[in-house]
Design a protein around this ligand. Structure first.
Ligand code: OSB
Ligand code: MG
Length: 369
């Protein structure tokens, strides 16, 4: 695909309900969308950065800056047939994985469309379906959490993940487990604890969790390995894995036994596949994480989640759960047993509704300008 032009769009989408984690509460989302055009193809990518640097250091504004100043100049008016070669144009740029991924995701869509393939097939996917799990933010009370869990179980979600933070953990999980003894249940701390709080995780061992996601610091592997040695429940790494190299080191020292792959966090699909492959070789199951994406990002995630080692339910609830406006057609919705059909149409497999982009637009920029 020849990249004749790139458009960046920033949308502001109010959230139907705030999404609260240990690091803060999101009530609306600034969404950065990338569109590449050339050879008659429109290719789309969604950036997973948030307004504030609370999940990682990246933000919507840093991503815009890095895209405009450092990534786009190297790729505009060039032709690419290979993602690895594309990545070489910015190989010297350290970090800024979410900015890189937003651009790379668009090229994945574009190259798959050029090849006449679905994103899933183009990425080497083998699954026809992806199991949907759901991530539930911190609620006002334990009874309210139980009611929310019950609702999502009725909808068919195959795994329930509850956000935890100090003071909102053992009691909560004890009660949810008491009410739902059989469900696949996990917790996600988003780095809110330190190793001194290991006794809390020893207590959680009692509840048969599928895994405990990112209990310790966002940039730590060493303490996670120490904690994993002290508890029975598997640790799942999210924030701490930004590359295949991090994955190799995490496996080597036993920092966790499950990996949440978020393509944005690791710089895109190419690195995601390398992590997936290394994890498979080492018998580490992976699953596809989410960053409150719109339908564009969710469609991309479904393509990725069709790879063979994505053997645990993904964080892919439908975007209507978060946002009133749907920006893709057809909307992606799981069936009542919590299964998504992997899109089979060209590229990400859904049409992007430009009218809905216009309606929620904050700014747009066109390159070359
Ligand atoms: O840690 O997985 C996380 C949302 C924003 C930032 C971090 C995380 C999350 C989620 C959302 O858990 C999952 C989803 O997109 O449905
Ligand atoms: Mg997480």
């Amino acid at each position: 695909m020849k990249i004749d032009s790139c458009d960046l769009f920033e949308l502001l989408l109010p959230m139907k309900k705030p999404f609260k984690t240990s690091f803060g509460s999101e009530t609306s989302r600034r969404i950065l969308i990338v569109r590449l055009q050339g050879d008659g193809i429109s290719a789309w990518g969604e950036c997973t950065a948030s307004n504030a640097p609370f999940y990682s250091y990246e933000t919507v504004d840093t991503c815009r800056y890095i895209l405009e100043k450092f990534l786009l100049p190297g790729v505009l008016s060039k032709s690419f047939t290979d993602i690895g070669v594309f990545r070489q144009t910015y190989a010297e740029i350290k970090g800024h994985n979410m900015a890189k991924a937003a651009l790379e995701h668009a090229l994945w869509d574009g190259l798959a469309k050029e090849q006449g393939m679905s994103l899933s097939a183009f990425m080497g996917g083998t699954r026809q379906r992806a199991a949907a799990g759901i991530s539930i933010g911190i609620q006002k009370s334990i009874p309210e959490t139980v009611a929310v869990v019950e609702g999502f179980l009725k909808d068919g979600f195959q795994r329930i993940k509850l956000k935890i933070m100090p003071g909102w953990d053992v009691e909560l999980i004890r009660e949810v487990r008491r009410q739902f003894p059989q469900i696949a249940l996990t917790v996600d701390a988003n780095s809110a604890y330190t190793l001194e709080q290991a006794p809390i995780f020893k207590e959680l061992d009692e509840f048969g969790l599928l895994y405990i996601e990112q209990p310790l610091a966002h940039n730590d592997l060493i303490d996670h390995a120490a904690l994993q040695n002290m508890i029975q429940t598997d640790i799942c790494l999210d924030e701490s894995i930004e590359s295949v190299e991090d994955t190799r080191k995490a496996i080597q020292i036993g920092a966790g036994r499950v990996i949440n792959i978020k393509s944005g966090r690791v710089g895109g699909g190419y690195e995601s596949i390398r992590i997936h492959d290394l994890a498979l070789k080492n018998n580490i199951p992976v699953w596809c994480g989410g960053m409150l994406e719109t339908g564009i990002g969710r469609a991309y995630n479904l393509g990725l989640a069709s790879l063979p080692n994505f053997s645990m339910p993904a964080d892919i609830s439908p975007s209507f759960r978060f946002y009133a406006d749907e920006i893709v057609d057809p909307p992606l919705i799981p069936d009542n047993r919590g299964q998504y059909a992997i899109p089979r149409n060209l590229g990400i497999g859904v049409d992007v509704l430009e009218k809905v982009i216009e309606k929620n637009l904050v700014w747009r920029a066109h390159f070359p300008n």
